[in-house]
Design a protein around this ligand. Structure first.
Ligand SMILES: Nc1ncnc2c1ncn2[C@@H]1O[C@H](COP(=O)(O)OP(=O)(O)OP(=O)(O)O)[C@@H](O)[C@H]1O
Ligand SMILES: [Mg+2]
Length: 255
């Protein structure tokens, strides 16, 4: 049996008097690529942030690798979890090399080891060190910056990656390219667990081993893409799939 990398049990979150998430329970197995899909404000970012304790739940338990996150030292927890934020969030005054090296430097790795790691990661995200290492973020395109964000999150070799709409602000062709790359990165780094938030249904179904569909702080359905499409469980999921089928019909008509 495989182990669970992340496990939510009856997790609750309130902001002021408003309950955002009520009794959220789910499990992600070691090595899986999970996508979390849902409308704006449905609680996707909040769910991710509770895993690395940027947001504290008001009830229930969250386990990472079988251990309650309250019992894991916060620095240790975050070292084991890479995080790519919704807005790219690179440090504008640092070179690409320095941006990627942020966490290894904080961890006190020696210079040699950091350089090897930076070069390896830049290779992985297809931005050769020689060409891009000494540039600053503003000298890169949006899509390239997104890839630096991914490389930076991978720097200390975390077991779990949280990606919050990492490909939000790029054109459709670049986005497709980035999706292919992130899929192959996940495959290449076998055994790592990815939780990837998106509100793009195509992206969610293309990338996820399983898709978690959220609506108003609840899981509407959590299953493989195939099972969701062949057996949508709720009206919300049916509506979501209908938007795709309508689009498909439009394109067919135009041909
Ligand atoms: N710090 C906060 N204080 C108060 N309310 C918050 C806070 N953070 C989030 N919320 C509220 O919680 C709800 C869920 O927010 P969240 O950011 O998790 O949504 P999301 O699914 O990531 O949406 P999006 O797709 O727009 O990023 C929203 O109604 C939001 O306004
Ligand atoms: Mg969000």
């Amino acid at each position: 049996m495989s182990n669970s990398a992340v496990k939510f049990k009856n997790v609750e979150k309130k902001f002021a008097a408003e309950t955002i998430i009520e009794k959220l329970s789910f499990e992600v197995e070691d090595g899986e690529f999970i996508t979390i899909l849902g409308s704006s404000g449905s609680g996707k970012t909040t769910t991710l942030k509770m895993i690395n304790r940027l947001v504290e739940p008001d009830g229930g338990t969250i386990e990472v690798n079988g251990q309650s996150i309250e019992q894991i030292d916060l620095i240790e927890l975050r070292r084991n979890i890479g995080y790519v934020v919704q807005q790219i969030g690179l440090f504008p005054h640092l070179t690409i090399e320095k941006n990627i090296a942020t966490v290894p430097e904080l961890l006190g790795w020696d210079k040699e080891k950091i350089l090897v790691r930076v070069k390896e990661l830049m290779e992985l995200v297809k931005l050769p060190y020689e060409q891009y290492g000494k540039r600053h973020p503003k000298q890169l395109s949006g899509g390239q910056q997104q890839r630096v964000g991914v490389a930076r999150a991978l720097a200390a070799n975390p077991q779990i990656m949280l990606l919050d709409e990492p490909f939000g602000a790029v054109d459709a062709i670049t986005r497709k390219e980035l999706q292919k790359q992130i899929k192959s990165i996940h495959k290449e780094l076998s055994g790592k667990t990815f939780l990837f938030v998106t509100h793009d249904i195509n992206e969610a179904f293309y990338l996820g081993d399983k898709v978690m569909i959220m609506n108003n702080g609840e899981i509407s359905q959590y299953d493989t893409p195939k099972n969701i499409v062949t057996n949508p469980k709720t009206d919300f999921v049916k509506e979501l799939l209908d938007t795709i089928y309508e689009e498909e019909a439009l394109w067919r008509e135009l041909k």
